[in-house]
Design a binder for this molecule. Structure first.
Ligand code: AMP
Length: 309
């Protein structure tokens, strides 16, 4: 067994690792520049260590941490990036009000023994300015739901993820099923460019009452937070009703239910094939069918989804 494997085993057993004998071995590395992250990752590669990557926009919560923990069980080294990517925001207010909690984020990442954190600034990721030339084509995948309601969003996501992949050069990258369409787009990016990276989908982590965890939840007022729980609760009810209702009936059920809740404004709810994300009109049209929803709660836009079949 190599030294690095022993250290990794110890890292995964937090209590053991917290023993004073071992704490001196652990130090989370924080990189701010492309040069720094490349040299840290190259050092790991030279030791034949596998690299897991978790890209985030910060304001971390248990959902993000679950991705980090999964990466730690599957890879020798886990790299997390924190970067609020300006080019994926189609609403300037959403960008300026996006929560930024770097100090707390670093503490949370240290608590789960993250190896490397990459915290670039905008110039580091977009040295040529934020007018980007790359254009990716995701076809029908980006013509619906988030793609339809947030023009340019997925190109912005793809640009930053590709640039991060180039720097981190991971064996595996971990993405949450909460952003179901994003996961489909990133899987398509990896396939189109033939990148040697395994995309690992990770389950949605929810609050105790069912609300999907999101960095944006901290922006909800207490009244909005009470209303917001109805998003997931309605999806759970729809899941129970799915078999007995037609697709059209189920769509109407969800839309009408959400529209009766004060402070919630539905942007879309669609029932789609989980591979191509196109609407289905009957339950036998696909092997796997999911419901995807976007709801505005005041100024805060939340998304969620549920597997029906
Ligand atoms: P974000 O910081 O919102 O860009 O999210 C970074 C990653 O965390 C993405 O892959 C998200 O899908 C994932 N993520 C966000 N919220 C959750 C959640 N509640 N459960 C699981 N994964 C999540």
């Amino acid at each position: 067994m190599s030294i690095s494997t022993v250290i990794n085993c110890l890292k995964q057993n937090k209590d053991y690792f917290c023993h004073p004998i071992f704490t001196s071995y652990y130090k989370m590395i924080v990189c701010k520049t492309r040069l720094e992250i490349e040299s840290e990752v190259n050092r790991c590669r030279a030791l034949n260590q596998t690299v897991g990557f978790v890209p985030t926009m910060g304001a971390l919560h248990e959902g993000h941490i679950s991705l980090v923990e999964k990466s730690k069980t599957e890879c020798d080294i886990t790299v997390v990036s924190i970067f609020v990517n300006p080019i994926q925001f189609n609403n300037p207010n959403d960008l300026t009000s996006y929560p930024r909690t770097l100090e707390n984020d670093l503490k949370l990442l240290e608590d789960v023994l993250t190896d490397i954190v990459f915290v670039p600034d905008v110039n580091e990721m977009y040295p040529e300015g934020i007018v980007v030339k790359e254009h990716y084509d995701f076809g029908l995948l980006e013509s619906v739901m988030e793609g339809e309601h947030r023009p340019g969003h997925f190109n912005g996501v793809a640009v930053v993820v590709k640039r991060l992949f180039d720097l981190v050069n991971p064996n595996k990258a971990f993405f949450g099923l909460k952003d179901f369409q994003q996961l489909a787009v990133i899987s398509s990016l990896v396939k189109q460019l033939n990148l040697p990276i395994e995309i690992v989908p990770c389950d949605i982590v929810r609050e105790e009452d069912g609300l999907a965890m999101s960095s944006r939840n901290v922006r909800l007022t207490s009244e909005q937070r009470i209303s917001a729980v109805e998003i997931s609760q309605t999806l759970f009810k729809a899941q129970v009703l799915a078999k007995a209702y037609s697709i059209e009936e189920l769509k109407s059920f969800v839309i009408e239910k959400i529209n009766t809740v004060p402070l919630l404004q539905i942007e879309y709810f669609d029932i789609v094939d989980s591979i191509n994300l196109q609407s289905v009109s009957s339950w036998d049209e696909s092997k796997e069918i999911i419901g995807c929803i976007a709801v505005n709660v005041g100024e805060v836009r939340l998304i969620d989804n549920i597997l029906f079949l």
